[in-house]
Design a binder for this molecule. Structure first.
Ligand code: B12
Length: 214
């Protein structure tokens, strides 16, 4: 099964094989959303487990992440097309997304951004290691409705609170819906810091945006 092969290729950190398999996904018209969720993500999740258990080391984790990203480069644009044929409407709203200051994890953020784009949102991705001012300035510049902040480390999730506080201090809090996500975050954390929403997966992130802007 190609999805299982994709997962294994990510775990092996075999970039060329991941690219080859992703091309095959497109050629054989396999649903790219499925390939991302049940192939690429499953692979990096397994890497996370192996790393935690001390069965894999940082260089191999990095190779796996690189292989996944190469696959996402191929499938990302197709996610948009796959959905565009369905229910997506153009110009649903503008979303600024990024990973918070001190945090370089951007795989989850990239997947969320791709799904949001696929759903018809205009997505402005400011990248990783971005402080509250960077999120805010971009949102002001493009006239966004939603600011989405990703954090993967317990040591950086506090930056999500910084963002909410930063907006409050500048009298901008009511102007934007702030949503958060990433490994260590929860709905409870979102409530605690006064964010407008939290989601566990990229699909749920899209549903959350739809709900917030309805
Ligand atoms: C890949 C990876 C890396 C790669 C990152 C590559 C990259 N470009 O992103 C590399 C090797 C560089 C790396 C580095 C580090 N990492 Co790392 N890394 C991971 C790993 C294995 C996978 C993360 C991932 O991509 N998951 C797959 C994606 C799809 O899932 P996700 O990010 O959670 O995103 C999904 C949802 O959360 C949600 N979502 C995500 N963002 C958002 C945003 C919004 C708004 C919403 C609504 C939803 C949403 O949707 C996504 C799709 O479904 C995790 C293990 C794990 N269990 O998560 C560790 C992990 C996150 N890393 C960890 C650590 C400790 C580090 C380092 C500090 C290690 C070190 N000693 O140097 C450094 C950090 C450097 C830094 N300053 O950021 C720890 C964090 C522990 C903690 N609780 O704080 C983890 C949990 C591993 C572990 N068990 O110890 N890492």
């Amino acid at each position: 099964m190609i999805l299982e092969e994709l997962k294994e290729a990510v775990i092996e950190g075999d970039r060329e094989l991941v690219e080859e398999l992703c091309q095959k996904v497109l050629d054989e018209k396999i649903n790219p959303v499925e390939a991302v969720e049940n192939g690429l993500i499953k692979g990096i999740e397994e890497i996370g487990r192996l790393w935690t258990d001390g069965e894999m080391f940082l260089p191999d984790v990095m190779m796996g992440a690189d292989a996944l990203k190469a696959g996402l480069d191929i499938l990302g644009p197709e996610l948009s097309k796959a959905k565009a044929a369905g229910d997506a409407k153009e110009g649903k709203g503008k979303i600024v997304i990024g990973t918070v200051k001190g945090d370089i994890h951007d795989i989850g953020k990239n997947i969320v951004a791709a799904m949001m784009t696929a759903a018809g949102y205009d997505v402005y991705d400011i990248g990783f290691d971005q402080d509250a001012a960077a999120f805010t300035n971009k949102a002001e510049e493009v006239g966004a409705q939603i600011i989405a902040a990703s954090a993967l480390l317990t040591t950086t999730m506090g930056e999500q609170k910084e963002l909410v506080d930063y907006l409050k201090e500048r009298g901008l809090r009511d102007k934007y819906k702030v949503i958060i996500g990433g490994g260590p975050t929860t709905q409870g954390w979102a409530d605690e810091i006064g964010a407008d929403g939290w989601a566990e997966t990229a699909n749920d992130a899209v549903s959350l945006c739809n709900k917030l802007l309805a």
